[in-house]
Design a protein around this ligand. Structure first.
Ligand SMILES: C[S@@+](CC[C@H](N)C(=O)[O-])C[C@H]1O[C@@H](n2cnc3c(N)ncnc32)[C@H](O)[C@@H]1O
Length: 260
């Protein structure tokens, strides 16, 4: 069994995602995938009008979502992913194979800032989450924001409670890494670091970001009627958290004074 991980120092992350990415994209593209039904519509809604907005998508998958945003009128945009399975570049869309943990080193980003920076289900692969978010904040234009989504931590806690015969709270507060098999390829396993909602909010705060908007999207009644198996899954395991994050004004100055 191959393992990839969110934990610092795991070197095979890129190799495993290269192997997983086509399965992931195939599963994501299904009409009854949670990404199609719930996640992408909610992400799109919090992004708002993208016309003329430059976008940096960190952990962009095959770049399909970014390509849709460019087709919707976004300005010159860049997607970074450790996997190599990228849709073809086109006018206004540049896709680069690279590590989001070192995105600042990429020559394609030299001197560039962006109106929107996305971490769509990729933030868990940040080995130093505060440092990566701070670096992203530095790359925002005035009035820019970061859109960040993560799997609801209660989902993993519920799954582990079922597997281990323990309780929701025991798993939610466990604080230890855990391994789970990707639903779209059960030959692969991903090692995840546990996190609580408070952990996420503290990371945002330490990175000098405030939560401008948050969402816990659920299925529409129409989709629930069409895809009752997905509604049943969401009723059990929840879905994702979405945050729109903006820079705290004067954060750097205050941090500098505190350290003086
Ligand atoms: C769950 S997928 C999400 C893809 C896409 N953002 C979406 O919303 O459909 C996670 C993505 O993170 C990428 N990833 C994992 N570790 C990464 C790293 N260190 N640097 C860049 N991308 C990474 C994977 O290759 C994969 O495409």
């Amino acid at each position: 069994m191959t393992q990839a991980g969110e934990a610092a120092g795991e070197s095979d992350n890129g190799a495993v995602w290269s192997a997983l990415s086509s399965d992931y994209e195939r599963a994501r593209a299904r009409e009854d995938s949670l990404d199609t039904l719930v996640e992408w519509p909610a992400q799109r809604a919090l992004l708002g009008d993208v016309v003329g907005r430059t976008i940096l998508d960190l952990g962009c998958g095959n770049g399909g979502k970014l390509a849709e945003l460019v087709a919707a009128g976004a300005g010159a945009s860049v997607g970074i992913d450790v996997g190599a399975d990228l849709v073809p570049a086109r006018r206004g869309l540049e896709l680069v194979q690279g590590d989001l943990n070192r995105f600042e080193d990429l020559p394609e980003l030299t001197g560039r800032t962006f109106d929107r920076i996305l971490f769509l289900q990729s933030f868990g692969y940040a080995t130093d989450p505060v440092a990566v978010l701070r670096a992203a904040r530095e790359r925002l234009t005035d009035d820019g924001f970061i859109l960040l989504t993560r799997t609801h931590p209660l989902r993993y806690a519920r799954e582990r409670a079922e597997q281990n015969g323990t309780s929701l709270g025991a798993e939610y507060y466990a604080g230890a890494d855990f391994t789970y098999r990707a639903a779209w390829n059960d030959a692969m396993a991903l090692t995840k670091r546990t996190y609580t909602i408070a952990d996420l909010l503290n990371i945002f705060s330490a990175a000098g970001l405030w939560v401008d908007a948050a969402d816990e999207p659920s299925m529409s009644a129409a989709d629930a009627a069409r895809f009752p198996h997905k509604k049943a899954w969401m009723d059990t395991y929840l879905g994702i958290l979405i945050f729109r994050l903006r820079p705290v004004p004067g954060f750097e100055e205050r941090a500098g004074q505190a350290n003086a």
